[in-house]
Design a protein around this ligand. Sequence first.
Ligand SMILES: NC(=O)c1ccc[n+]([C@@H]2O[C@H](COP(=O)([O-])OP(=O)(O)OC[C@H]3O[C@@H](n4cnc5c(N)ncnc54)[C@H](OP(=O)(O)O)[C@@H]3O)[C@@H](O)[C@H]2O)c1
Length: 271
Amino acid sequence: MAAAVITGGTDGIGRALATTYLDRGHHVLIVGTDPAKGAAFRAEAHRRGAGERAHFLAADLSLVAENRRLIDHVATHHPAVDLLVLGARYHRSTRAETADGLESNFALFYLSRHLLSHGLLPQLRRAERPVVLNFGAVGQGGPVRWDDLQLRRDYPGTGALGHGGALCDLLAAHLAHLHPDVHQVVNHPGVTATGFAGEYDPATAAHVDRLRVHGKPVSTAVAQILPHLDAPGPGLTAVLEGRRVRTDTPAFDLVAARRLHAVTEQLLAAL
Ligand SMILES: NC(=O)c1ccc[n+]([C@@H]2O[C@H](COP(=O)([O-])OP(=O)(O)OC[C@H]3O[C@@H](n4cnc5c(N)ncnc54)[C@H](OP(=O)(O)O)[C@@H]3O)[C@@H](O)[C@H]2O)c1
């Protein structure tokens, strides 16, 4: 039976993708921190007659150990994974560190996705046509701060998400190169009216309120990405608001992608 694993599946675009794949007959495991949202998903699935295929795991994916727990959970319960969606995010206007001592956006937006996309390769490889959907910057994230990946100096506020997205572009490029049998789709949905989970200073909160009103509906963001999940190109597919864009650009540079991989593995080894 086909299975989809969706981080950030309790809300926003991830939640809508979860319902879509439930309706397509998949087993769907959503991951988030809020058990009430997980219970609501399961209740909705039950109403749709798909209760036995709806699964929820509560996990704080900003922590390395929690990502490893999710990988173990999937290995036990979902031997083959057709679709891995890397969508969890939580924005903070002010820099914060996790219990692992890592900058929180770096940990959740990038490092979690590194751990999961590598750690779940065995399950992805057992699927007939595996796809990883990563929400990245698709070239819109600005330069990588190689000397300050965890944004210790001049924390950029909302720019921290763009920086994490730029790291995810490189992660997807590296994975597509190393494992061409697992399709990598990196997507920037454009401003979409979701919950925008986060802790914001007053100015950013006012801005986010406007985005919640003026962003495109979640259904539009999902409709723009589904065709690319259904028929991804070989290797890396990059999608900006539904439009496929070139990947022979600095955002997906393989030398930079290898460098990021090496730095990340060093960091993990030191933890
Ligand atoms: N919305 C936009 O305008 C927009 C624009 C560009 C890119 N994107 C990208 O699209 C993706 C989906 O965004 P969205 O707006 O749909 O998200 P959202 O509605 O803000 O939802 C965020 C999700 O992340 C989960 N999450 C937050 N902290 C977590 C943690 N520590 N551990 C595990 N899960 C956690 C939340 O689950 P709980 O509440 O259960 O913790 C929730 O499911 C993200 O990668 C985002 O960066 C969105």
